[in-house]
Design a binder for this molecule. Structure first.
Ligand SMILES: [Zn+2]
Length: 284
């Protein structure tokens, strides 16, 4: 099994203006020439993931393969742009997450043929791709494990540089942190992200992303305990950098942190104002 990546330009807001489309191909024993007719379709079986746009480059990659399955890591606009096109041009089975088929149709413009749930496996040649639950960045987010203990196509769970957006209402910070820990525990050889270059030291990157979130959470909590109540006040206090252009994302991120802290009983947050939760003094 192998994974090939092509980055494609997308018109919607996306990190770097590009999204990675992936092809997961089955590797099987090479066959003798006279049985090539049948074997060709075996050898070239592939899964197309996140076709965010159609490009010549991506078309060339797909040319040598029989695209049997088509799915997306999540249905954000910067991941779905060419789903309808490739669904129409290939015989692929189009998959959507169970319970999210309406969302899938709204985002992609096409109906799904089948649904998956976390744990679903899709056979490919002699191997299989497994669907993993990976919520946080988006509620319908999944990741794909290509072969047993193989590389993981992780969509917008991780990036090699910087961080991904986990902002309310779409994002869930508690779920996101759990997803990062789960990926860390799986310890894949490589992570293939939705944007930017492959992550060849997954645990190191996941640890960086976890500590980035922990640090931001610490600052949000500190802002609230030192008296900041409104979103704007907390934002000013929890971020030092110039937020022009990304202020809306930063605000959504702060809300996601506040929602997490509220669920954990560390702040009270009513959607407008936050106050520090009364804490019991923990003796030891
Ligand atoms: Zn996204």
């Amino acid at each position: 099994m192998y994974v090939s990546q092509r980055s494609v330009p997308v018109a919607t807001r996306a990190p770097g203006g590009e999204t990675n489309a992936y092809l997961v191909g089955a590797t099987t024993e090479s066959s003798s020439a006279d049985e090539q007719g049948r074997r060709d379709s075996d050898r070239n079986s592939a899964i197309l993931v996140d076709p965010a746009a159609r490009t010549d480059d991506l078309d060339r990659l797909l040319e040598d393969h029989s695209i049997e399955h088509l799915l997306v890591t999540h249905t954000h606009p910067d991941h779905v742009g060419a789903v309808e096109t490739y669904a129409a041009e290939t015989d692929a089975t189009v998959w959507a997450r169970y319970g999210r088929t309406d969302r899938f149709r709204d985002a992609t413009g096409c109906d799904s043929d089948r649904t998956f749930t976390p744990g679903t496996t899709i056979p490919l040649g002699d191997e299989r791709v497994r669907i993993l639950d990976a919520p946080g960045h988006a509620p319908d987010h999944i990741a794909l494990e290509a072969g047993r203990d193989g590389p993981i196509i992780c969509g917008d769970c991780a990036v090699r540089e910087g961080s991904v957006v986990v902002g309310a209402p779409e994002g869930d910070m508690r779920a996101y942190v759990t997803t990062l820990r789960r990926l860390w525990a799986m310890d894949p050889p490589v992570l293939y992200p939705g944007h930017g270059p492959e992550i060849d030291a997954p645990r190191q990157t996941l640890e960086r992303l976890l500590s980035h979130r922990a640090e931001r959470e610490r600052r949000v909590l500190e802002a609230v305990t030192s008296g900041a109540q409104s979103l704007e006040e907390i934002l000013e206090s929890a971020y030092e950098k110039d937020l022009s252009g990304v202020r809306d994302l930063a605000r959504a991120t702060v809300v996601a942190h506040l929602e997490k802290l509220a669920v954990e009983g560390r702040v009270e947050w009513d959607g407008e104002r936050a106050i520090a939760a009364a804490t019991d003094d923990e003796g030891d």
